[in-house]
Write a protein that binds this ligand. Structure first.
Ligand SMILES: [Zn+2]
Length: 178
């Protein structure tokens, strides 16, 4: 089992905990350049009543000053990778940008709210987003695991779950962009 897969599984542990707590089933972990996990986060929007408490933001907050140079008082590019069960939204994409994290891996694409792919295509802060690399939905099995959790979550709230139907082929081939 590769590192990508193992770290995504850890993010899923967090997503399952978030699900138990009655909020979006999304989890995230941050690994350093040697692959050691330095922080874990999960969605806490409805468990803590905080609309900014997304899994990625939670993990970045947990990593604290590890991600920045306190002595130089600068946000400097670092060797950390953020793993999330779902493609980061605009808020999380910008938080990633401001944290100096340069690599993001996610289990499931989010074609509605997911932002990193779109921000890398658009004009805004593109010279900064250009420095972020990502791996989108490398494992169909994990993509569908997240999609099933999101569908269940939507149903539990009385919302349509159409956008989270399982994928069968194609879209989830290993992809990474720089
Ligand atoms: Zn988010």
């Amino acid at each position: 089992m590769g590192e990508l897969f193992r770290h995504l599984l850890l993010a899923f542990e967090e997503a399952e905990q978030a699900e138990k707590e009655g909020t979006y089933p999304i989890g995230a972990v941050i690994a350093d350049g040697r692959g050691q996990i330095v922080s874990r986060g999960r969605n806490r929007v409805f468990s803590e009543g905080d609309c900014t408490a997304h899994a990625e933001v939670d993990a970045i907050r947990g990593a604290g000053s590890l991600l920045i140079s306190m002595s130089a008082r600068r946000i400097v590019p670092n060797e950390y990778t953020l793993y999330s069960t779902c493609e980061p939204c605009p808020m999380c994409a910008c938080t990633i940008l401001m944290s100096g994290i340069k690599r993001v891996v996610w289990a499931a694409n989010d074609d509605r709210v997911g932002a990193i792919r779109r921000m890398k295509q658009g004009p805004h802060f593109i010279e900064r987003f250009d420095t972020i690399t990502y791996v989108a939905a490398p494992y169909l099995e994990l993509e569908n695991r997240q999609r099933a959790m999101m569908a269940k979550w939507c149903t539990s709230r009385g919302l349509p779950e159409d956008e989270w139907k399982p994928l069968t082929v194609g879209v989830a081939n290993a992809r990474s962009w720089t």
